[in-house]
Design a protein around this ligand. Structure first.
Ligand code: ATP
Ligand code: MG
Length: 425
C-alpha cells in the first residue's frame, strides 16, 4: 500500500480531474459506494474459482454481529448491489462512474499493490453493442486527455466469450484439451483444470504460452447472435478508426463477464502492462437480486496510468501558488495574514510563511514552493502601507520588483499574470 506524498498527489490530482471531466463529458454520473461490503457479495458476484475470491480478499468477521465483511477488491459488484438496492434503473438505464481504492492481497511488485485505485465506468440497462462502442471511445478519450496519444496510446485487445451456454461447451472442450497435457500444468493450473479450465487461459505463467495457442478457440463455439454482436462492434470501431487486435485467449479473470471482453495494454510498464480491463456482464444484476439487465463497464488502474503518464509527460511544470508572503519584524506576519485573506477572495492563491525564520530562508521557501510572486512585509513596507512584490519567474532582462500599495495588490498580480498568460491552478 502506498503513501502518496505531496509531489505525487499533485500528479494524481491533475489526472483525476481530467479523467472525471471526460466521464462527465459523456454524460456519466458519479456513484460512491462504501469501501467495505458483505463478503458474500463478492463470493457470489465474482465467482468462487477466481484468484480474487480464492486468495486475494481482505476479509474479517465483525465480532459485534458475527457477519463477514471484505475490503472491496473491485467495484462492479458493489455498484450493481447499490443499483439493485436503490432501483437505479427503474426509470431509465444508467451510465455511472466511480473512483476509489480497491484492495487485493497480491504479491506486491511494480505495478501491483495491495491498495490500488481504479477509475471505473458501469453502463446498467444497455444490451446492444453500441454501449461497448461508447466504453471504448471513452477509454480513448481518457488516454487523449492525459496526453497518451500517438505511439503512447495503449493498445486495445478484444474478444468475445459468448453466452454462458456457448461458454460451457467451450469450457468443456478446453478441459478435454488441457487434460491431455496435464503434465505441463503447475499446481495452480491443475486446480483451475478441475474447477474452471477457462481460467487457465488467464494464467500468467510463461511455460503455457504455446499450449494456450494450441487450445480450442472460442470462435468455434459462438452462436450467430454472439458473433453478430461482436462483428457489429468491430465494424463500428473500424468506422471510428480505432485500432484493435482480436485476442482469442483474452477471457478476463472474473466469472461475471460474457460476450465482449477487452483490455488496454501498454509497453514500457514491464509485466504489469494492462492499464484497463472491461467487458459485458449481462447476468450480474439478476445474480445479485435485480431484474435481468444488460450491462457492461471497465476499470482503469490509476497507479499504472500515473506511471505511464510520468514516463511520457510533456507537461511543463507550472507554478503552484500565485503568491508567497514573507515577512520581517513584529507586525509583518499579522498584516500578511490579513492581506492574504483579501487577495484569496479574488481567486488568487497565497501561502503565508508563518514561521519566524530569516527573510533569506523565507525567500528560499518561496522558490521551493514554486510561487509565481513573492511579497515581503517588512517594517519599511508596513510604515508606508506598501508591499514589495517580486516576480519569481520573470523573463530574462525584465525586472518585476515593485512597491505596491496594499489596496492595489490584487490588481497588480492580475495584470502581470494576464500579460504572461501563465495562470497557475
Ligand atoms: P491483472 O491481469 O494485471 O492482474 P486484473 O485482471 O486482475 O489485472 P482487473 O480486475 O481487470 O485487473 O482491474 C482493472 C485494472 O486495475 C487492471 O488492468 C490494472 O490496471 C489495475 N489493477 C488490478 N490489480 C491491481 C493491483 N494489484 N495493483 C495495481 N493495479 C491493479
Ligand atoms: Mg489480477
Amino acid at each position: 500500500m502506498n503513501d502518496l506524498l505531496p509531489e505525487k498527489s499533485r500528479v494524481w490530482r491533475n489526472l483525476e480531474k481530467k479523467i472525471a471531466t471526460v466521464f462527465s463529458n459523456y454524460g456519466f454520473d458519479e456513484i460512491r459506494t462504501p469501501i467495505l461490503e458483505r463478503t458474500e457479495l463478492f463470493l457470489r458476484g465474482l465467482g468462487e474459482v477466481t484468484d480474487i475470491v480464492e486468495k486475494e480478499m481482505y476479509s474479517f468477521e465483525d465480532r459485534l454481529n458475527g457477519k463477514t465483511y471484505s475490503l472491496r477488491p473491485e467495484n462492479t459488484a458493489a455498484v450493481v448491489r447499490a443499483s439493485v438496492q436503490h432501483s437505479l434503473t427503474y426509470n431509465e438505464p444508467r451510465k455511472l462512474w466511480y473512483y476509489g481504492p480497491m484492495f487485493r492481497h497480491e504479491r506486491p511488485q511494480a505495478g501491483r499493490y495491495r491498495q490500488f485505485f481504479q477509475f471505473g465506468v458501469e453502463m446498467l440497462g444497455y444490451d446492444s453493442f453500441e454501449s461497448e462502442v461508447e466504453l471504448i471511445l471513452m477509454c480513448n478519450a481518457v488516454w487523449r486527455s492525459i496526453g497518451l496519444d500517438g505511439n503512447l496510446q495503449p493498445e486495445l485487445k478484444l474478444n468475445s466469450i459468448g453466452t454462458s451456454e456457448e461458454r460451457s461447451s467451450y469450457v468443456q472442450a478446453l478441459g478435454e484439451f488441457f487434460q491431455k497435457h496435464i503434465g505441463i500444468l503447475d499446481d495452480d493450473n491443475l486446480k483451475r483444470l478441475k474447477r474452471n479450465p477457462l481460467r487457465i487461459l488467464d494464467s500468467k505463467s510463461d511455460s503455457l504460452v504455446n499450449l494456450k495457442n494450441e487450445a480450442p478457440k472460442i470462435t468455434d463455439f459462438l452462436g450467430n447472435v454472439s458473433k453478430a454482436h461482436f462483428e457489429n462492434l468491430l465494424s463500428v470501431l473500424d468506422d471510428h478508426r480505432i485500432s484493435y487486435e482480436v485476442d482469442l485467449k483474452l477471457v478476463r479473470g472474473l466469472d461475471y463477464y460474457n460476450s465482449t471482453v477487452f483490455e488496454w495494454k501498454v509497453s514500457g510498464l514491464g509485466a504489469q502492462d494492462t492499464v484497463c480491463g472491461g467487458g459485458r456482464y449481462d447476468a450480474l444484476v439478476a445474480l445479485l437480486g435485480g431484474a435481468h439487465t444488460g450491462a457492461c463497464g471497465f476499470a482503469i488502474g490509476m497507479e499504472r496510468l500515473v506511471e505511464l503518464f510520468e514516463a511520457n509527460s510533456r507537461e511543463q511544470e507550472k507554478t503552484l501558488i500565485d503568491l508567497y508572503f514573507a515577512h520581517t519584524g513584529r507586525d509583518g506576519k499579522l498584516i500578511a495574514i490579513k492581506l492574504a485573506e483579501k487577495v484569496r477572495k479574488a481567486g488568487i492563491s497565497v501561502k503565508v510563511d508563518l514561521t519566524d525564520a530569516s527573510l533569506k530562508t523565507q525567500v528560499k521557501r518561496a522558490f521551493r514552493n514554486n510561487a509565481e510572486f513573492l511579497a515581503i512585509f517588512g517594517e519599511e513596507e508596513i510604515k508606508t502601507g506598501n508591499v514589495s512584490v517580486r516576480w519569481l519567474i520573470r523573463e530574462e532582462g525584465e525586472n518585476h520588483q515593485r512597491k505596491v500599495p496594499y489596496a492595489e495588490m490584487v490588481e497588480f498580480v492580475r495584470k502581470i499574470k494576464n500579460k504572461s498568460g501563465n495562470g497557475s491552478q
